[in-house]
Design a protein around this ligand. Sequence first.
Ligand code: FAD
Length: 388
Amino acid sequence: MDFRLTEEQQMVRETVRSFVKRELLPLEGEVLRNEREGKPGIERGQLRQLQLKAKELGFWGINTPEEYGGANLGPIMSAIVGIELAHTFVPFAFGGSADNILYYCNEEQKQRYLLPTISGERRSCFALTEPGAGSDAANIQMSAVKDGDHWVLNGEKVFITNGNEADFTMVFAVTDREKGAHGGVTCFLVDREMGWHSSYIPTMGEWGPASLYFENVRVPEKNILGELNQGFNLGMQWIGAGRWAIACRAIGAAERLLQMGIDYSKQRVTFGKPIADRQAIQWMLADSHVEIEATRWLALHAAWLAEEGEDTRHASSIAKLYGATMANRVVDRVLQIHGGMGYTKELPIERWYRELRLFRIFEGTDEIQHYIIARNLLRGHVRVEDGL
Ligand SMILES: Cc1cc2nc3c(=O)[nH]c(=O)nc-3n(C[C@H](O)[C@H](O)[C@H](O)COP(=O)(O)OP(=O)(O)OC[C@H]3O[C@@H](n4cnc5c(N)ncnc54)[C@H](O)[C@@H]3O)c2cc1C
């Protein structure tokens, strides 16, 4: 068992770390100002420029196969990269990527959806959740009814990330009501021009998802992604891929926040001593570090399972549950360490405080992760004494 990063992994980590320091950290003030004026943190054009700079360093298509021009670094490298990028709240992601399920496109669909998404010409969104079906995704009601060589879609989706900006959506609808999620849901690729529209949902975070409305939207049969009635599995594949990645983002944010807590506690003097000398503060710092390190190994282990082609579901749920709650505990402690200053908008802590709260909700709430973990134990899918 070797816990050290390989030389290549260390090199990638250092390169991303210096990219974040050089290119992203200087933008933080501007991002905060923009967001507080209700504008996007960075404009699409600026994001594109940054992505092209990163491309020169080889960071393009982190998870994209080489045949599509990607670096295809694999899950462990992605985890390492994800942790580093999360050291800043600047809303940046490397370019050259597409949703994992878009690789189910057939040759003709690849030209219209997969390739333009990888190149950044088109933007996608993943639309599963509905007003009456979030955690209980199997209960979606959006209907798709066959009419000649088209399907007619009716219904509403909510909380769709990028739903207001996307050029097309991967939307899930019921094509066989009797079977429902067990062989009766289909995923459709639907261009905005086909007739769906969206509205922005303001949230406590700095950006908002969207509601998507479908009223008799006619979608050609050739726009089915994957196979008819096999869409629910695609939806679960999309969600499953994100869970340990959220734990990585939690680690990066918590590392940066903890460092802020360490620095501030050494300089803030009360009753004649730096607050860092007080046990109450030291325990908050120590607990935070313990929990960050615990999350690191949970997330890297889940990434390693993915790299080995093994089932990651149980490990991902553990990493996501622990990571999401850890980051919320850490940001709360660091805000506390900063006292009144932590509560102001002068510092970005309050921004993280609001953003990290989402980690406990999307891609499976805390309660759903608990449910999955307990179900696997109770049904004997996982044996406690075998570890992960
Ligand atoms: C900012 C944001 C972005 C999102 N992006 C997307 C996206 O891009 N695409 C998409 O399809 N969806 C997206 N979602 C939706 C997200 O996945 C759902 O909000 C989430 O799955 C929870 O569903 P819900 O909101 O309907 O809550 P509900 O399912 O109604 O749950 C309400 C509460 O009850 C609890 N609960 C539910 N069932 C049980 C149970 N069986 N046992 C115990 N407790 C239970 C939940 O944990 C929660 O605390 C996004 C959500 C947000 C807020």
